[in-house]
Design a protein around this ligand. Sequence first.
Ligand code: G3H
Ligand code: CA
Length: 335
Amino acid sequence: MPFLSGEELDKVYKEAKRNQYAFPANNFADFNLLQGFLDGAEAVNADCVVQLSNGACKFLGRDDMKRGLRIGSNMVQELAESYSIGVALNLDHTRKDKTDFLRYAADQGLATSVMIDASDLPFEDNLAATKEVTKFAHDAGLLVEAELGKVLGEEDHIVAEDTGDDVYTDPRQAVEFIRQTDADLLAVCIGTNHGVSKGKDMPLRVDVMTACNEAMKKAGLECYFVLHGGSGVDPERIQLCIQQGVVKINKDTEYQFVWTQAMVGHYDEIRDSAIHPDGGPSPLAGRGDWSPDKKRFDPRPALKHGRGVIAKRTQDMIREGGSDGKSLFAKKVTA
Ligand code: G3H
Ligand code: CA
């Protein structure tokens, strides 16, 4: 199925909100993680949202974010053609000083949706930055995600610190924000953080999500909610958030951890095919008498193993959010 447009992704989210299910939105910075996500989504017939952070774009583009975006987006768009599900690409957290990057993505058709995160700025400045992005992104047919409140912790070297009351999203501000910006998705902050510990440093408050949902309904506004810092949040809270209009659950840390565990396990197993038992000389160029099995130290079996583990975990996440079996774009892939 071709790469989804903003309009198509809007249909996906609308259906999810109406029927109370959500999609994991997974960050990737290389081909194998990406393919693992898509394999997992296809296996359970779910449309799939993948994300590129600014840091991932730098990583892919040798520090040139636009080049990295072209590389990442082309990988997604080419791969999407070979899958029987809809595939969307979101650009994760981009700060106000990098809005030209989002403009470039919109002009070049390199993403399905973009996130402007000006939540570190005062409310009025967040409004202004989000309005600007919404204008050009909507003109180009992309959806826009914004954030109010703070997801604490560090992601891609962007650190959000607890400065007091402004951590949790204020429902009245959320209404005003959506009314004025016309953003499609809002990251509501309920006390999650980016990284490994959830609910350790501050209480997770699903009631904030409920209050925001009630306030939106009362104001007659439509908006999809997003839960950032989704790794490690318990399934009960995930369900409660979905009932309050969350359609997208951002995950990054969990996949990084699962991938690394898979790699460590694999390389432990083939250690004797990569390291000389006595620390002796390399067998290459005729040196030494040691001849390890080339099939075992070829990187591809390791990467394939990693993809498989990621695909399996992706299926679990999809089932947890309930989007399995619900692809709106499932069809037979043409060769
Ligand atoms: O945008 C990415 C996610 O919010 C990352 O959250 O660290 O809990 O995986 P996580
Ligand atoms: Ca995030």
